[in-house]
Design a protein around this ligand. Structure first.
Ligand SMILES: NC(=O)C1=CN([C@@H]2O[C@H](COP(=O)(O)OP(=O)(O)OC[C@H]3O[C@@H](n4cnc5c(N)ncnc54)[C@H](OP(=O)(O)O)[C@@H]3O)[C@@H](O)[C@H]2O)C=CC1
Ligand SMILES: N[C@@H](CC=O)C(=O)O
Length: 368
């Protein structure tokens, strides 16, 4: 028999991030013996512990999912299943699905906590944002679940927690700016390096996808929306009521001619035709001793957000980034003209899963 203190974990999505979350849960399971893996799903298959007595294995799940996986439960079905658990439960959403994101209030209202790197809920409609945070456990709502989404901005980097700490302790955040996309960082660092020749744009996009930096559909990175989503999340935490990603200018790097192609594969096939355009932009900047980089900024005081390409002197810290690094600067009243800066790998399965697992540990500690 499991005690009421047992915490049941349902993993939704086992791609680049989700599989590392399970591996990291395996690592921490000795420290948290009350943790049970009860459900694992991908888009077309799922596994679940029928009666909660036999938890799913942390090691052989992939084989079991392939061999004995069943049709996934609907989101309502997952809610009913978790609500019947003989203990507390947490949904870990490792998808980029808007449908799963829209279901967070439903889970939270039933006392089921949510941990996720998925940006869709927090950057979607302001109504959904409010519904989520009104459903979270609080003194006035003691039956709600907890929600944590650190990895929705900066992967495993402490961006959301840092901003929340600044806001909660009464600092005045004036401006947040930097490189918010691991994919864009990798692309521009390799395609337009400070020294030496850069690569070919479409080849670098393929490499970013193969490294697990891009969104499931890399057009979501190249169209600027991934960065725009992150800015919406940070702006809302800073106190701005941003309606959605259409509320401010977002520069897209999707060539006009490829805007209407249906699949990501078709897009990748067409992309090499535009390598020359990207190379000209790089070479123009280089001729002025500069490099191009894809950045975002939030002027919190003026409620102005911007996403797009800018040129930087080769000596600028943004020009010197390596790999998939993000660099995010918080200008606040307390920090004055020397911003608080967070920098490091901003994409990839393992580092993103670290942020998710760390959030999960916070939930486990609060529920235990
Ligand atoms: N990769 C990164 O560096 C970072 C990613 N993130 C976020 O993490 C999330 C996951 O990214 P990543 O792992 O790279 O993406 P992947 O495409 O590698 O994995 C997505 C997983 O979600 C599954 N899935 C999709 N829709 C559903 C659904 N409705 N129900 C159940 N499973 C579903 C997919 O199923 P199937 O296997 O069948 O395709 C797949 O297993 C995204 O929201 C992304 O924005 C955040 C920060 C960094
Ligand atoms: N595709 C995203 C993944 C993390 O959010 C990125 O490249 O930053």
């Amino acid at each position: 028999m499991q005690s009421g203190n047992t915490i049941y974990i349902a993993i939704v999505g086992v791609g680049g991030v989700g599989r590392h979350v399970i591996a990291q849960l395996h690592l921490i399971s000795k420290e948290y013996p009350n943790l049970r893996l009860c459900h694992i799903s991908r888009s077309k298959k799922s596994l679940y512990a029928q009666d909660f007595e036999q938890p799913l294995p942390f090691d052989s799940w992939e084989h079991d999912l392939a061999q004995t996986g069943q049709d996934p439960l609907s989101l309502d079905g997952l809610l009913k299943y978790l609500a019947s658990a003989p203990g507390k439960s947490v949904v870990v959403d490792n998808t980029s699905s808007s449908d799963v994101a829209a279901a967070y209030p439903m889970f939270l209202k039933q006392g089921i906590s949510v941990v996720t790197p998925n940006k869709k809920a927090f950057s979607g409609s302001l109504e959904l944002w409010k519904d989520i945070f009104n459903s979270v456990r609080s003194p006035s709502n003691p039956t709600g679940g907890y929600v944590y989404h650190e990895s929705s901005v900066g992967a495993g980097l402490p961006i959301i927690s840092t901003l929340k700490d600044l806001v909660d302790t009464g600092d005045e955040v004036a401006r947040i700016e930097g490189v918010f996309s691991g994919t864009m960082s990798f692309l521009f660092n390799t395609f337009a390096p400070v020294q030496g020749n850069g690569g070919v744009w479409s080849d670098e996009v393929r490499r970013a996808k193969a490294a697990g930096f891009t969104e499931p559909d890399p057009r979501e990175d190249l169209n600027g929306l991934d960065v725009a989503r992150k800015l919406v999340i940070l702006a809302r935490i800073s106190g701005l009521d941003i309606q959605n990603t259409s509320s401010f200018p977002v520069q897209s790097l999707i060539p006009k001619e490829l805007e209407s192609v249906k699949s990501a594969d078709e897009f990748m096939e067409g992309l090499p035709r535009f390598d020359g355009t990207m190379a000209s932009m790089r070479d123009d900047a280089n001729a002025q001793g500069k490099v191009v980089r894809f950045v975002g900024s939030i002027d919190v005081k003026k409620a102005v957000l911007n996403v797009g390409i800018q040129t930087f002197d080769k000596s600028h810290p943004i020009a010197a980034l390596k790999g998939s690094d993000n660099i995010i600067s918080f200008y606040t009243k307390r920090y004055g003209s020397n911003p608080l800066i967070v920098q490091g790998g901003g994409a990839g399965g393992e580092v993103t899963a670290m942020g998710v697992t760390a959030d999960l540990i916070k939930v486990i500690q609060r529920l235990s």
